[in-house]
Structure formats: structure tokens, C-alpha cells
Write a protein that binds this ligand. Structure first.
Ligand code: FAD
Length: 308
């Protein structure tokens, strides 16, 4: 089902949540992730999203993983798709493969530079910005009405951004090109997000916004991700000792504020392919109580959370 339809039909007495996973590079990692998704599925995510490796490096695994969550678990799945190293034919192939797997949702992105490249350079002049990909899919006779299209947005600003005003304009371009929903980059500064959201709404953008939340799993991964994403870090986070537990508390508080003060219907969890942090956050929020208890038992009997 299309994500926008699912959002309208969400009937649970608590906010919705989605899980993001990335395709592991090794066969063993891939198998481990399939088991992890199987354990997390009973928690009842609204959708699962599967990333597209920089430069299409994980193309087959992304499609297989997306097909697995869509077909095996019947969970509406969003395939991320980027312009990096893509030409019209490879975009069509990816969309067709997704459609054949029953996938009806795509997150249309420009993409990160491929590994080893500092700057992003288009391969096909038709796909220079994410808005080009959105417009292409939307106007395609085979895919235009089949796919519900999401786009990315950056409450803390995009790393290449020249000004926040331009960022807002570019977001508007993506929406006008035909986007149906927005998923944001992860952030930790909720006040800043709430201001950003007000500005987006004031521009007349009315499509659903799903905020990205990443429970901090370790100080090292937190520092790496924040640098990569250009995310602002409030001073209180810089405590090496307490960072893991604090990360769960912070994510719980963030989700609560977003869904109360922010009036948002739910959140998108960047899981980094780990399950315990997200499980603890959902437990703390009481967003999926019964199923969390069942899954807790399974997780206690399962391998550690580090073997991606
Ligand atoms: P765009 O919207 O094209 O923006 C890129 C930059 O260009 C911005 O600075 C923007 O302001 C500027 N810009 C946009 N339009 C114009 C224009 N018309 N003229 C001039 N400048 C313009 N990357 C991956 O490789 N794989 C993934 O699976 C993936 N998943 C992601 C999921 C989420 C939720 C988010 C937030 C990001 C994800 N990314 C992923 C990262 C993303 O690809 C990068 O942040 C990339 O640098 C920008 O992608 P975009 O779609 O926002 O690009």
C-alpha cells in the first residue's frame, strides 16, 4: 500500500513509527539482518525503509531486502533510490524491480557521493537534483501513479547548502515536482526542528513530514553520524560516560515532544541495523507494549546487537 494511504488508515492508539535499515555488505550480515527484521516486524512498524548504497553499490541487496520486508512480512516498504551513478535505464530497471516485488513507495534522493569521492557529480544530466528524479517518476507512464514518492529534508541544513532559504526553496521544488511525503535527516535539536517545521508549513507545504530519530547506540557511531549528516549536537550530549543510556532517554523525550508539541503522527527510526536501542525507546514510550513484551523474550534468546 502507498505510505500516504497507510498514514491515513493508522488506527493504533499510539503514534506510528517506521524503521530504516541498510543492506549489509556480507552474506552473513545480510542473513543476520533478515532475522533482525523478522524479530522487529511484530512491533508493528507502519513501514520499513531500505537505503540505496552510495552509487548504487548495494543495488541488488537493497532490492532483495525491500522485497523481503514487503513480501515475507507484508510490511509496506519504502525503497530509497538515488541519482548517483544512475542513468535513465538503470532508474527504470530499479523501479521496475521494485514494482515487481510489490513495492509502492520510493524515497527519491540525489544521493551521497560514491565511496572515495568528495563531491557529488551527476552521471546523467537528467538526474542532477532529487527533484529531477521525483519529476521523472511522477511523469512516467508505467510508474507515475504506481509509486508514492517521498523526499528528504534537513532541519539542521544540508551539508552542501549555501543558505537555509535556498534549502527551503529546494524542498518546495521537490514537493511541486510531485512528492507525497517528507522524511527528515536525523536531528537532536528538537526546538530547532519545531521552528523548521513551522517554516515549512508557513510556505504552504502540507504533505506529511516524518522526522528522523536515531537513538544513540555508542559515542563513536554518534560522533561519526553527526559529522556525516551535519547534525547539531546540544552540549549536554557530549558526555562519554553516560552517552548510551542517555541516548535512549533522549530519543524517548524527542519522540514524545515531536508527537505532542510538534503534533506529528509518528517518527522514523534510523536503526543503523541495531534493534536493542529502538526496542528500549519503544518500550519507554509504550508505543507497542504487548508486542514489545513478546519480542523482548525473543531478543534475550538471540545473538548480540553488534553482528551486522
Ligand atoms: P537534493 O534535494 O537534490 O539536494 C542536494 C543539495 O542540492 C542540497 O544542498 C540542496 O539544497 C541543493 N539543491 C537541490 N535542488 C537544487 C537546485 N535546483 N539548484 C541548486 N541546488 C539545489 N543517500 C544515499 O546515498 N542513499 C540513501 O539511501 C539515502 N537515504 C537517505 C534518507 C534520508 C531520510 C535522508 C535525509 C538522506 C538520505 N541520503 C541517502 C543522503 C542524501 O542522499 C544526501 O543527503 C544527499 O547529499 C542529498 O540528497 P537529497 O535527495 O536531499 O538531494
Amino acid at each position: 500500500m502507498k505510505l500516504t494511504d497507510r498514514l491515513q488508515q493508522w488506527g493504533a492508539p499510539h503514534p506510528f513509527f517506521t524503521f530504516e535499515f541498510f543492506p549489509p555488505r556480507t552474506d552473513q550480515g545480510f542473513e543476520n539482518l533478515l532475522s533482525r527484521i523478522a524479530r522487529l516486524a511484530p512491533l508493528g512498524p507502519l513501514a520499513i525503509t531500505i537505503t540505496w548504497g552510495a552509487g548504487g553499490s548495494t543495488k541488488d541487496r537493497s532490492l532483495d531486502l525491500a522485497g523481503f520486508s514487503q513480501v515475507e512480512h507484508g510490511i509496506d516498504t519504502v525503497l530509497h533510490l538515488t541519482c548517483t551513478n544512475m542513468v535513465q535505464g538503470t532508474v527504470d530497471d530499479a523501479l521496475r524491480s521494485a514494482k515487481e516485488r510489490g513495492i509502492q513507495n520510493v524515497l527519491a534522493l540525489r544521493g551521497d557521493p560514491p565511496r572515495g569521492s568528495e563531491y557529488w557529480i551527476p552521471t546523467d544530466p537528467r538526474f542532477v537534483h532529487a527533484s529531477d528524479l521525483v519529476a521523472y517518476i511522477r511523469s512516467h507512464p508505467e510508474f507515475g501513479s504506481h509509486f508514492c514518492i517521498g523526499v528528504a529534508a534537513y532541519p539542521d541544513g544540508h551539508t552542501d547548502s549555501k543558505s537555509s532559504e535556498l534549502d527551503f526553496q529546494h524542498l518546495r521544488t521537490k514537493v511541486e515536482a510531485g512528492a507525497d511525503f517528507i522524511v527528515t535527516q536525523l536531528f537532536y535539536d528538537v526546538d530547532n526542528f519545531l521552528d523548521w517545521q513551522k517554516k515549512v508549513r508557513a510556505m504552504g507545504i502540507t504533505i506529511p513530514i516524518i522526522p528522523g530519530v536515531a537513538p544513540i547506540q555508542s559515542y563513536a557511531s554518534f560522533a561519526r553520524m553527526s559529522k556525516l549528516c551535519g547534525t547539531r549536537v546540544p552540549p549536554a550530549v557530549n558526555d562519554d560516560q553516560k552517552v548510551k543510556d542517555y541516548g535512549v532517554e533522549l530519543a524517548i523525550e524527542t519522540c514524545r515532544r515531536l508527537t505532542t508539541e510538534g503534533g506529528l503522527g509518528g517518527v522514523h527510526f534510523c536503526t543503523l541495523n541495531l534493534e536493542k536501542g529502538v526496542r528500549r525507546v519503544l518500550e519507554g514510550l509504550g508505543w507497542s507494549h504487548q508486542s514489545v513484551q513478546v519480542v523482548n523474550k525473543i531478543i534475550q534468546e538471540s545473538p548480540s546487537d553488534t553482528d551486522n
